[in-house]
Write a protein of this length. Structure first.
Length: 217
């Protein structure tokens, strides 16, 4: 009698840090039902790998060097709507999780989560279900029934929101342009839009708003 072959969940990892990618590979190497088939260090490479096929779940860092993880997510879901994308981030879950889920992510996981939680999350999204941590579920539950207007930062685009949090973290326009591989002119435009939409006058007010609303650590 032949033993039934175990069908593995095929995973692609997209993160710009080689150490993170290798760490994730090591964690998943210890599982019997998950196999890493490829990895990418940029958003463009990630999209190319997805187009090549051979993937059930994509682990996608929200902070990629060439395109934001949210932008990559939207492109991937546009081309492959059934693909499960699990977002990874160093940012607190209440900062980006809702945006990621609205953009089509199957789940959101902080990089500081335990390895066992990563494995559970991959299995869950591969089975067609959503994954959010217990902490995020509690955060969402706490706001159910809140009757208040949408906060100003919720009106920002994903790139504008990213620019705002980076400015609030102390980065200059030049720093942000270098990190995101965009021109200073482009980042200055995002900054101007943020100030206009949020009715703020300068970086100091922007930073105060971000800290007050727990948008930065």
């Amino acid at each position: 009698m032949t033993q039934k072959r175990l069908i593995k969940i095929k995973v692609i990892i997209a993160d710009d840090h080689a150490i993170v990618r290798e760490g994730l590979k090591q964690i998943l190497a210890d599982t019997s039902d998950i196999a890493v088939t490829a990895d990418a260090s940029s958003g463009c490479d990630a999209i190319r790998l997805i187009r090549d096929g051979n993937c059930d779940v994509m682990l996608l860092d929200i902070s990629m060097p060439d395109r934001s993880g949210i932008e990559v997510l939207k492109q991937v879901k546009k081309e492959f709507p059934k693909l499960a994308v699990l977002m990874l981030s160093m940012h607190r879950e209440d900062q980006y999780a809702i945006r990621a889920l609205k953009a089509g992510a199957a789940g959101y996981l902080n990089k500081q989560s335990a390895p066992a939680e990563l494995v559970i999350a991959i299995r869950q999204v591969a089975a067609g279900r959503k994954y959010i941590s217990a902490a995020l579920a509690q955060e969402l539950a706490n706001h159910l029934g809140d009757d208040h207007e949408q906060p100003l930062h919720a009106t920002l685009s994903d790139r504008e929101y990213q620019t705002m949090t980076m400015i609030a973290s102390g980065k200059t326009v030049g720093d942000i342009a270098q990190d995101l591989m965009l021109s200073v002119k482009t980042i200055s435009m995002y900054r101007a839009r943020v100030l206009q939409k949020m009715k703020l006058r300068h970086n100091a007010e922007l930073t105060h708003y971000a800290i007050k609303n727990h948008l930065v650590d």
